[in-house]
Ligand binder design. Structure first.
Ligand code: PLP
Length: 427
């Protein structure tokens, strides 16, 4: 991207423009593309160099063979390394979280696995919160140990659990990564990012390199939680969820500071886990309405949560906006989160049979896993997204047979409530 494009539209005078404004044009110069208002889809595998000297210079920068000269423009080479649809998207994504850089991947899982393979080596430990997303859990429990990586989990929301896991891990060797998912899915238990950073700093004092603190920000980010401001080094996303937002694309991202991101970029180039230009284009389109959608989903979720809270057939609502004064998560929530978001879980009076009756009776909300799309989705964690978590462990982390997770969409909130009301009659 040219410097001219890089600095385009970021401020007017000394007024810094807000992310939702920048999503419409930042990083794209129409005059480089026949005046097209929208960035075209650069459906190309490779790019023509004007001169052999340019090709040489582009490779030197892409492979880190020398430092970039002031005002030197890294050129386009090959779509596994870079492509305008991904670069512009990445520049826009980085704005929301205040990151130096972003990289987009073919899925949330390819983002997470590429980031972890960048920083973990045989003998290293990863300490992580629990529960984590099912795919992440499989990677941590079943795949990484085959490469000699030690794994230590701690339950989100249990006082002292994180500290004990770190103690246990560092007694056996270096810790390279601490990975947390907050709020946890589906319980909405919180992990304190600042406390985690203090712990990581203390570990860093007696090993060669401080562990990298990575936060999966899929549930509240980038609107309602900004992990870099609380001390995180890397942010991981499944863009499939709120950022993509229409349940029609699979993608992921990693964001962070320059040094770490250069390493992740190198790994992505070799593993080939980047997204394709068409996905990049779809996500740029999604980013234009990100704030509108997430704001509407957040407001709708509050109406729905309040309706459920008062309903006689609902036992418990695990919504971040309803934390009690004496709940230790409340202080973390107030410091770390900017809204309760649009996804939460609740328990019906009864067990699996009652939960299934409700799910089967829904007319507007769709019975499907995933979350963050424009449409309301509901599912049963115990038998669906978290079915590979053993029943004792499900109980320990707060997943019950009566639990339903709902991702509230942008429909009219009274319609969503009417749907739940008639479905609850079946319970
Ligand atoms: C969905 C999800 C993932 C995995 O993302 P994919 O895009 O499905 O690969 C990772 N983390 C969280 C929190 C998720 O919800």
């Amino acid at each position: 991207m040219s410097d001219e494009r890089e600095y385009r539209h970021r401020r007017i005078g000394d007024k810094v423009l807000r992310p939702e404004t920048l999503m419409m044009g930042y990083g794209y110069d129409p005059h480089l593309s026949e005046g097209a208002v929208k960035c075209p889809i650069f459906q190309t595998s490779t790019f023509v160099f004007k001169r052999a000297e340019d090709g040489k210079a582009f490779f030197e920068l892409a492979y880190g063979l020398r430092e970039r000269e002031p005002r030197e423009v890294p050129g386009l080479i090959y779509s596994r390394i870079n492509n305008p649809d991904l670069e512009i998207l990445e520049d826009r994504l980085a704005i929301w979280d205040g990151a130096d850089a972003a990289l987009v991947f073919s899925s949330g899982m390819s983002a997470i696995s590429t980031a972890l393979l960048t920083f973990l080596r045989p003998g290293d430990a990863i300490v992580h919160s629990e529960p984590v997303y099912g795919g992440t859990e499989y990677l941590l429990l079943n795949i990484l140990p085959q490469f000699g990586i030690r794994r230590y989990g701690f339950t989100a929301g249990v006082p002292g659990a994180m500290e004990s896991a770190v103690e246990e891990a560092r007694a056996e060797g270096p810790i390279s990564v601490v990975l947390i998912e907050t709020p946890a899915n589906p319980t909405n238990a919180l992990v304190d990012i600042q406390a985690c950073r203090r712990l990581v700093d203390s570990v860093g004092q007696d090993q060669a390199r401080r562990p990298v603190l990575a936060v999966d920000n899929t549930f509240l980010g980038p609107l309602w939680q900004r992990p870099l401001e609380h001390g995180a080094d890397l942010i991981l996303y499944s863009l499939t969820k709120y950022v993509g937002g229409h349940s029609d694309v699979i993608a992921g991202a990693v964001l962070g500071g320059k040094e770490n991101m250069e390493q992740v970029a190198g790994m992505r180039t070799i593993l080939g886990t980047m997204a394709d230009p068409w996905t990049g284009w779809l996500l740029m389109r999604s980013l234009e309405t990100l704030k509108l959608r997430m704001t509407s989903q957040m407001k709708n979720a509050r109406y729905v949560a309040e309706f459920l809270l008062d309903h006689p057939k609902v036992r418990k609502v695990r919504y971040l906006g309803f934390l009690d004064d004496d709940d230790p998560d409340r202080e973390i929530y107030q410091r770390q989160c900017l809204s309760p978001g649009g996804t939460f879980s609740f328990e019906v009076d009864g067990g699996e049979a009652e939960a299934f009756r409700l799910l089967n009776a829904l007319k507007i909300a769709k019975l499907a896993v995933s979350l963050g799309g424009t449409e309301t989705l509901a599912q049963h964690p115990a038998s669906m997204t978290h079915s590979d978590v053993k029943p004792e462990h499900q109980k320990a982390i707060g997943i019950t047979p009566a639990m339903i997770r709902i991702s509230v969409g942008v429909e009219h909130p009274e319609d969503i409530i009417a749907d739940l009301e008639q479905a609850l009659e079946q319970v």
